[in-house]
Structures are given as structure tokens and as C-alpha cells.
Design a protein around this ligand. Structure first.
Ligand code: DGL
Length: 265
């Protein structure tokens, strides 16, 4: 099993930020990525629909012989992780646990801001996981549905994005937060702009890099690390192919995505 690929899936191409972090940390792993671009976004859909789509995504990856699966999507992790673990017999990791651990890595963190899609915020998955791990935390959770389209439009430093960020974040910044959890695959791209206007003492936590660290630890614990010394390969499958998605894939991955295949679920 060690030489089998890892499977990653997301509602679209945002999960490639998690793949990029994983490639950096695990350069010898082969990766099969599925982006459900025909049905993106998941963030505004009902929990039942998200669970149904996520199960189809897992089946697709299992048909490609993967040894473990990373749900590289906060919304799908929030709604589907326990159900998927129950239904499928292979290691399935999500982005929420690692993001929560990274947020609480600083023992002095008491006030946490969370931004995510509507679906993730409404699931309360982050709020429950954080509150379970540390009592007395003060949480400010804010749905930020405009950020995904603004990032996809590449309006990272655009006044419209800055205005949206201020609208979403100013109230929690005014109340006081020690850390801001970027609980959506797309948000790591906002790091520079967030850093430029948030006070220095607010720590930014992104789930992409913390998930890659957790993945590496889990593979080692399960004795599933690839022994190969060859560079790992990346195969991207999307349920809808368009120039826009190819361009986005390149931006999220930060390198050319190679040949993208059309997937049918
Ligand atoms: N990938 C989703 C997430 O991380 C964002 C895009 C969507 O709403 O599907 O929550």
C-alpha cells in the first residue's frame, strides 16, 4: 500500500492549496486530486447534499487505488467527515482537526476568530472542536461568503476585497482576538493582504499547511509513507473543465498543473 497514491478532494480547485502544502512536505508521494468543479460551491449547499457529493468524491478516489484520503475542503470536512469514516474502510483525514490544533498550539490563545463559508460556520464544527479542546475560549465565528468569488476573480488586493474583509473582520478585531482561523481552502491566498491590515499580535492560522503536517504524521504512524525516492506525481481530475478552472488551478498550486482530466462521478 505504501506506493499507492494519496487521494485529495475538494468542491473545486481551492483544495490545491492543501495539495501544494502536502507536496512540499511529502515530495515522494503520488497524488490523485478530484475537484468537483461542476457542482462548486459546496459552502452554500445543505448538509445532506454535501454528504452525498462527498461520498461520491471518495468513491471516485478509491477507484483510483488511493491508500488514504484527505478532504481538502472545510465545508465537506465540517459536514461529512464522521459519515465518510463510518462508510469507507480507509484512513480519511479532514482539515478541521489540524486547524484546531494549530490554533491552540499557543497556550495563551483565549480569543479566536473564525472565518469560513456559510456551511462551515453553520455546522459549528470548528466552534465545537475548539470548545472541546479548551474551556473558556471566546469564539467569534463569521461566515464570509463573498471571499471565495473575490479570490477566484484574483481580486486579492482590490478595494472590494479590502472592504469585504473589513466588514467581516472589524467587529471581531474590535472585540479582541488572539488568533484568526482561516477556515476555507481559498483563504491562504489572502494571507498577505490580511497581514497588511490586521494588528501584528493577531496570529493567522491556515488549515492548508497544518493539514499537510497532520497528514505526514498520520502516514508515518500508519506506516504508509512512500519509500520511493522519485519525485511524486500529481494527477488532477475535475468534474467540469474550463479555462477559468485551469487558470485557478495554476494559482492555487503555484506551479503548472499538468494535464487536467475530466472526471465523471
Ligand atoms: N472548498 C470550500 C471550503 O473550503 C470553499 C468553496 C466552496 O464553498 O465550495 O470550504
Amino acid at each position: 500500500m505504501r506506493s499507492a497514491p494519496l487521494g485529495f478532494f475538494d468542491s473545486g480547485v481551492g483544495g490545491l492549496t492543501v495539495v501544494r502544502a502536502a507536496q512540499h512536505l511529502l515530495p515522494h508521494e503520488d497524488i490523485v486530486y478530484l475537484g468537483d468543479t461542476a457542482r462548486v460551491p459546496y459552502g452554500s449547499k445543505s448538509p445532506e447534499t454535501i454528504r452525498e457529493f462527498a461520498a461520491q468524491d471518495v468513491r471516485f478516489l478509491m477507484d483510483h487505488g488511493v491508500k488514504a484520503i484527505v478532504i481538502a475542503c472545510n465545508t465537506a470536512t465540517a459536514h461529512a467527515l464522521p459519515a465518510l469514516r463510518e462508510e469507507f474502510d480507509l484512513p480519511i483525514l479532514g482539515v478541521i482537526g489540524p486547524g484546531v490544533e494549530a490554533t491552540l498550539a499557543d497556550p495563551d490563545t483565549e480569543r479566536v476568530g473564525i472565518i469560513a463559508t456559510r456551511g462551515t460556520i453553520r455546522s459549528h464544527a470548528y466552534q465545537h472542536a475548539l470548545a472541546q479542546r479548551r474551556t473558556g475560549l471566546i469564539l467569534h465565528a463569521q461566515a464570509a461568503p463573498l471571499l471565495v468569488p473575490l479570490i477566484e476573480e484574483d481580486w486579492l488586493e482590490h478595494p472590494a476585497t479590502e472592504a469585504a474583509l473589513h466588514t467581516y473582520l472589524d467587529p471581531m478585531v474590535d472585540k479582541g482576538i488572539d488568533a484568526l482561523l482561516l477556515a476555507c481552502t481559498h483563504y491562504p491566498l489572502l494571507m498577505p493582504v490580511l497581514r497588511s491590515f490586521l494588528p501584528d499580535e493577531i496570529r493567522l492560522v491556515d488549515s492548508a499547511s497544518t493539514c499537510a503536517i497532520h497528514l505526514s504524521e498520520e502516514l508515518s504512524r500508519l506506516d504508509l509513507l512512500n519509500d520511493s525516492t522519485d519525485p511524486g506525481t500529481l494527477q488532477i481530475h475535475l468534474t467540469d473543465l474550463s479555462e477559468q478552472f485551469e487558470m485557478l488551478a495554476r494559482r492555487f498550486l503555484n506551479h503548472p498543473p499538468g494535464k487536467i482530466r475530466r472526471a465523471t462521478l
